[in-house]
Design a protein around this ligand. Sequence first.
Ligand code: FE2
Ligand code: FE2
Length: 137
Amino acid sequence: MKNYNVLELDQVPQVAMDAMNAVHQEELMIVNNISAAIADNDNIRISKLCDQWLEHTIAHFARENTLMETHAFPAFHCHHGEHIEALAGLEAIINDWKESTDIEALTNYVRDTWPGWYINHISTMDTITSAFIKSCL
Ligand SMILES: [Fe+2]
Ligand SMILES: [Fe+2]
C-alpha cells in the first residue's frame, strides 16, 4: 500500500511539554488521513476529516493561547498572531473546498503548504513557548 503521509510522526519536532507533543502528533495523524482520503478520491471522507482538522486546530491554538496568557509569556503577541493567521488560512481553504470541491487547491495546501508551516511553527513558536512555560512550573 502506498504511503501518502505528508510527514512521518518522528519528523514532528519535540517540545518541552508532553501534552503539546501529543496534540501535535494527533493533528499530523488527521492530516495524513486527509492525504490518504485525497488519494482515494473520497470527497465525503475528506470533508469529514477537514471538519475534524478545523475543530482540532481551534482547540489546539486556544489551549496554547491560554497557557501563554496564564504564564505571561513575553512573546504572546508573536505566537498568537501566527495562530490567527494560520487558522484564517485553514478556514479559507476548507470553505473553498466545500464550495468548489477544488481538489487541487486542497491537495497543494495539505501536502505542500501545511507541512513546512507546521514544522516551522513547532520548531520556533511552540518550542520557545513550551520551554518558557516549563521553566515557570
Ligand atoms: Fe502547537
Ligand atoms: Fe503554536
